[in-house]
Every structure is written in C-alpha cells, then in structure tokens.
Design a protein around this ligand. Sequence first.
Ligand code: UDP
Length: 240
Amino acid sequence: SKKPYRWQRVLLKVSGEALAGDHTENIDPKITMAIAREVASVTKLGVEVAIVVGGGNIFRGASWAGCSGLDRSSADYIGMLATVMNAIFLQATMESIGIPTRVQTAFRMSEVAEPYIRRRAVRHLEKGRVVIFAAGTGNPFFTTDTAAALRCAEINAEVVLKATNVDGVYDADPRQNPNAHLLETVSYHDVTMRDLSVMDMTAITLCQENNIPVVVFNLKKPGNIAKAIVGDKVGTFIGC
Ligand code: UDP
C-alpha cells in the first residue's frame, strides 16, 4: 500500500558548508544531530532516505589546485576523502539515536565503509536503513552535487533535496540586491540560462535529462529537512 506522502524515496544532499554551521571546527555537532533527528522523524513514517554529503567544510579541490601547485586530480581526491570524514561523522550521529545507517564509498575503503553497490544500497533503503553515499562520484573534476544527481537517478529516488544555508533560489543575489525575490518554482532552463547558481551545470543538466526535480531549501530552519523529505512546500522547487 502506498504511503500518503509525496515522496517515497529521496536523495538528500547535505553540503559540507552546511555541516560546518557557525562552529569553529569543521563540523558542528548540533547540525549533524538536527539532521539526524529530522531524518529519524521521517524514516519512521516510511519514507526512504539516501544522503550524499559534500566536503567543502574540509577541502575543496578546485580552490586548492589553483594556488598550491597541487594538480587538480590529486586535490580532488583529497576533497573526496573529506566527504568520507563527514559521512562517518553523520553516520555515527545517526546511530547514536538509533537510526540504522550504512555508508557506501565511491572508491574502496572497505575497512571503513561498504563499497558502493547499487543493488545493495537499494536493499538497505527497502529495509528502512539510511544510506550515506561518500566520496562523491569517485572521479576528480566532479562535485558532490553531481554525485547527488547521479545516485538519485541510479537508485530511482524521486527528488534531489538540496539542503543549503540559503532559503532557496532568488531572482538576484540577495546579498547584493535588497529587492531579490525568493522563487517558489523555477525551470531547469531558467537555472541554466539565468545562471542562478543553484548547482553546477553538470549536476543540473543531469537532473534535467532524467526529469529529477530539485528542491533547494535552508537546513538551518528547524523542521525544514523533515518537511522537504515528506514533500511539504519548502524553499524553491526546480523542475519542468
Ligand atoms: N569531489 C570530486 N569528485 C566528486 C565529488 C567531489 O573530486 O565526484 C571533490 C572536489 O574536490 C570537491 C570536494 O570533493 O571540491 C568536496 O566536494 P564538494 O565541493 O562538492 O562539497 P560541498 O560543496 O557540497 O561541500
């Protein structure tokens, strides 16, 4: 029997920046706990949740590659390893409040986490476990937003829920323009043509080509994650 929620299976993207919060360290445990609590509240309702974590709070390949003489691929591998740290932190937090959670990495680190195996990930979700995908796509020159779009398509999740530090997508930069409006819905076309800096182009076109809607919302507002996961109106809806 179908559950009465809009989404049955979602892909939640949590950026590294969002995990950092206002904490002086790289990760704010209050934020990871808030995420864990809200995810717990919806998995109890039967919604299946997979998570892709970013790593920007610890290391961003592209910004290091330019200034340090480090080649881009090496820098990106360090960035991917950073996402694994965030994933383990989030897993430990979720398990501390009783949510069964598995981490799967895009490249093997089998002492630390399972390797990514699509069918196994789906099986975990069906059993009510939260699956955290770490190490991005496993390839340099990509982002964890692209990993979110890719994993969403692979596991047949219905939507990418992008948890950020802003309320959603604006028609102008709200930090520069006080008249900027929050958009309720926006098309893929507008995101790319108007350069609305929601996700990188690779990620947004992958969503568009596979008809995956994206919801961009503020993770700092209590209740937003749970709302987004069950499909209540929150932030900006990108689709069509
Ligand atoms: N990264 C990568 N390939 C991927 C995903 C991530 O090389 O498929 C690297 C890249 O260097 C990136 C870093 O990992 O800067 C952290 O990921 P991202 O910047 O997407 O994290 P977020 O912005 O979500 O915190």
